[in-house]
Structures are given as structure tokens and as C-alpha cells.
Design a protein around this ligand. Structure first.
Ligand code: HEM
Length: 449
């Protein structure tokens, strides 16, 4: 690797908060703007200095060397204290063992079975819509995705009250998590409402999780889901495997990681289609040809290339997991710069996904940029909505299948139009990039209602 990279400090730091304000208030605009300053850009978050990798090659180095660029530091310490040491948060030393236990639950053969649950939940959601109804899109999709991931985790039906309890907790957690993580250590001791609120919310979430788990113990379902695959994998590992408590610890992160990411991707895709009638028409043509009046199912996913490209492009423009961090465990070089041990490096795919050097007209929504002959020209590290390396999303295929089936089924049956009061700007302060309040009016498409 050459060291021909440029480095810069981002302008516009405010006293005390640094760039924290811009990052939380204008998540997408701020991160996407950083690449114009350099390949490795320093920002200030309160007292903390962090490096943002804005060049695909640097991002690739960070993500594929998870020994040097580990999940750690005070932000992760706080996140683990709140949400546990499950797979998305655990450090390198615990990762391989946890990943091995979870991997069988995401095997392709299992996904095909989970897709039946996906179809069931997508159909239930769209069947509940009425002609002319205005849907607040993100919460509706979140419910659907949460119910799906709960059922594939536990292989049991989940009562609507538990889902609603969990959804409320998640909405509150997602909006207060980031500001809380960025609070300096001394701030934790202050009687700030933000500090107390998040503690309460996490307690509520754990309670909702326990309730879901108790329901699942009462009714374990006829065949195994992700949880039982983990239990089976642990039995195979013998004594060195995880304890019951370790397995419980995986549940909350899975419910979180598997619901709001899928809901956000779909919400952005629907928003983009409403804004781009040509693309919407092409999706309609494709789904009408392939589905012919029925909901999309597993075997259709591979026959919906344009619909998948719409999602791929939505994930480029609006990557839901937009802000993740690593901490260096040893002195190292990144882009020709010496980083001390303990340096914070930010992985924001939004910083490379709109980079004009790698994407022509980066702001333009163009699903056809994902046609096979274009993809070959993209350097590795330029498209990372699911991350890369050993910490790459374990649910990437799961998420893509669910989102493709949902998008196809919705587009086949319903025409969506923007409704008054809709606000599709990215929500501020949120750990997941989703629209603030996307309101769409639904009308049945001729011949499909
Ligand atoms: C479109 C949907 C999704 C997106 C955009 C997404 C994004 C991501 C990203 C960027 C990471 C890497 C985090 C990092 O490197 O710090 C990740 C990890 C993870 N995701 Fe997803 N995800 C999605 C769906 C899912 C689903 C459906 C599940 C589970 C049902 C899931 C479970 C996980 C887990 C457990 C990890 C941690 C993996 C590890 O550290 O080994 N995700 N996800």
C-alpha cells in the first residue's frame, strides 16, 4: 500500500463540543462532506480527537485488521455497560468464539426457512393498509422487521404488546444512545436527564427482551431458529462454549441490529422511489412480471434484479449504520500517518459512499450504477453498508432478502405518494440513519388489491 494519502483537520469545530453538534444534527451532510478535506480527516468530538477514514483503501485497512483496529475505548465500554458484550460490541478477543456460535443460525438453508416468516409478516403489514391511508413509514416497517427477527430468533409468535413495548424502548434508546456515548466521562456523573433516561430505557428493553424470551420458553415452536442454532452450536463446542447468560446477551443486540437497519433501508428505498417516477415504473414493471398478483417469496429474490439494485443504491445514499468506531490497540500507520495506541478511528460508510472520485454524480439516485459491468470498476472499500472483514454484518443476506421481498410486495400491491407533513430529512441524534417522519399515502394498484 502506498502512503499517497492526504490528511486534514475538518474545519468548523465549535468551542467545547467540537464537531459533535454538526455530526449529531446533520449526520449525513456532515460525514459526506468530510472527504472534500482529505483522505484521513481529523474531527473533534468534545475532548476526543477522532480520525475519519474517507478513502476506500484506508477504510478497508481499518476494517480488515480488527486486531489493530478493535472495538474498544470508552465509547464501547459505555455501550457494553448498557447493552452487553454481544457479537456486535464484543472486542476482538471474544469475537471468533461468539461468531462461530452464531454463524450456523444464518446458514443459507436457514434463511430460506426464515423467508417464510418474512413473507408472512410483510403480507400481514401490507394487508392491514387501507385505500388512502397515510402511513408513517419507518415505525410501520420497524414493527414488521422486529416481529420478523423475533420470530426467526425464537421460532415462536410474538404478542403485539411485547413488540410495541420493545419498539418504544428502541426508539428512545436510538435517539439518546449517541449523545450519551459522546458525553465525556465527567459528564456521566452529572444529574443529566439524558443519563438517567437512557439507563431507564435500557432496563425497559431488557425487560421486553426477557418477556419475549419467556414467551419463547413457553412455546418453543416446531423447529429451531437462530437461538436454538446457537444452543446447538454451544453443545458441540463442549465446556469451552458460552454460558446461558452469554447466549441471553446475544438476544438484545440481534433484535436491535436486525430490525431498525432493515426498516431504515426500506424506508429510504420507498422514499427514493416516490421521488423518482422512472425508477418506480421500472420496479412496477418488474414486480408485475415476476409476481403476478402474489406476495414475493424466497425463489423470487434472484428474479428481481432491478428491485435489488434500488435497495443497493438506497444503501449507498443512506447507509443505516452510518457511524461506527474502532480504537487502535497498538501504534500503527494509517494513510501515511502515525496513530498512537488508543486512537479513535471512525468508520462511516457515508464518508465514502458519496465520494466524487469513486462515484459519478454521487448525489444522483441511479440504481443502474450497480449493473455488473459498472461494479467491476469500483475499488474495494468504496461500498460498505454492511462493513467488511471479520466484523462484517452476519445478517447481510438476511437483511437483503427481507428488504427485497418487502419492497417487491409493497410495490406490487400499493402505489405510494408523499403526504402532507412528511419530513424525509435524516433524523438527528440517531444511531441509525432513518427519515425523521416519512409519511406516505397508499393507494391500491389496479388489479392487485
Ligand atoms: C440492511 C440491513 C442491515 C445493515 C445495513 C447492517 C449493517 C451492519 C454493519 C455496517 C455491521 C458492521 C458493524 C461494524 O463493523 O462495526 C453490522 C454488523 C452486525 N449485524 Fe448487521 N446490518 C443489517 C442487517 C442485520 C440483520 C438482519 C441482522 C440479524 C438478524 C444483523 C446482525 C448483525 C450483527 C450480529 C453484527 C455484528 C457482527 C460481528 O461483529 O461479527 N444485521 N451490520
Amino acid at each position: 500500500m502506498t502512503d499517497n494519502f492526504t490528511a486534514a483537520a475538518a474545519p468548523g469545530a465549535l468551542p467545547v463540543v467540537g464537531h459533535g453538534w454538526a455530526l449529531l444534527r446533520r449526520p449525513l451532510d456532515f460525514t459526506a462532506s468530510l472527504a472534500s478535506h482529505g483522505d484521513l480527516v481529523t474531527i473533534r468530538l468534545g475532548p476526543l480527537r477522532a480520525y475519519v477514514a474517507c478513502h476506500p483503501e484506508l477504510l478497508w485497512q481499518v476494517l480488515t485488521d480488527d486486531r489493530t483496529f478493535d472495538k474498544g475505548g470508552w465509547m464501547y465500554d459505555k455501550a457494553r455497560a448498557l447493552a452487553g458484550n454481544g457479537l456486535p460490541l464484543c472486542p476482538h478477543r471474544d469475537h471468533l468464539r461468539q461468531r462461530r456460535l452464531m454463524q450456523p443460525g444464518f446458514h443459507r438453508s436457514k434463511l430460506e426457512r426464515y423467508s417464510e416468516v418474512m413473507v408472512d409478516e410483510i403480507t400481514a403489514m401490507t394487508a392491514s393498509w387501507r385505500d388512502g391511508q397515510i402511513i408513517e413509514v419507518f415505525p410501520a416497517l420497524f414493527d414488521m422487521a422486529l416481529r420478523t427477527v423475533s420470530r426467526t430468533l425464537f421460532r415462536t409468535s410474538v404478542d403485539p404488546e411485547s413488540v410495541e413495548e420493545f419498539r418504544r424502548g428502541m426508539a428512545a434508546a436510538m435517539s439518546s444512545f449517541l449523545p450519551r456515548l459522546m458525553l465525556p466521562k465527567w459528564g456521566e456523573k452529572l444529574p443529566l436527564p439524558m443519563v438517567r433516561r437512557l439507563q431507564q430505557v435500557m432496563q425497559d428493553l431488557l425487560h421486553a427482551r426477557d418477556r419475549l424470551m419467556t414467551e419463547s420458553a413457553r412455546d418453543p415452536g416446531e423447529d429451531g431458529g437462530i437461538l436454538s442454532a446457537m444452543i446447538a452450536a454451544r453443545q458441540q463446542e463442549g465446556d469451552g462454549g458460552l454460558s446461558d447468560a452469554d447466549i441471553d446477551e446475544q438476544v438484545l443486540p440481534l433484535l436491535i441490529a436486525g430490525s431498525d437497519t432493515v426498516a431504515a433501508s426500506l424506508a429510504w428505498a420507498l422514499h427514493l422511489l416516490v421521488q423518482h417516477p422512472d425508477a418506480e415504473r421500472r420496479v412496477h414493471e418488474e414486480v408485475d412480471r415476476v409476481l403476478d398478483g402474489r406476495p414475493a417469496q424466497w425463489s423470487d429474490a434472484a428474479r428481481l434484479p432491478y428491485t435489488s439494485r434500488v435497495l443497493t443504491e438506497a444503501l449507498r445514499l443512506y447507509p443505516p449504520a452510518w457511524l461506527l468506531t474502532r480504537v487502535t490497540t497498538a501504534p500503527t500507520r494509517l494513510g501515511g500517518h502515525e496513530l498512537r495506541s488508543g486512537s479513535t478511528v471512525i468508520f462511516s460508510s457515508a464518508a465514502v459512499h458519496r465520494h466524487p472520485r469513486f462515484y459519478a454524480d454521487p448525489e444522483v439516485f441511479d440504481p443502474d450504477r450497480w449493473l455488473p459491468h459498472h461494479i467491476g470498476r469500483l475499488p474495494r472499500g468504496a461500498y460498505l453498508p454492511f462493513g467488511a472483514g471479520s466484523r462484517k454484518c452476519i445478517g447481510d443476506r438476511y437483511g437483503m432478502v427481507e428488504a427485497t421481498l418487502a419492497l417487491a410486495t409493497i410495490a406490487h400491491r400499493w402505489q405510494l405518494r408523499s403526504a402532507p407533513g412528511s419530513d424525509a430529512r435524516p433524523a438527528p441524534h440517531s444511531a441509525i440513519l432513518h427519515p425523521r417522519r416519512l409519511l406516505l399515502r397508499v393507494r391500491p394498484r389496479p388489479g392487485t388489491a
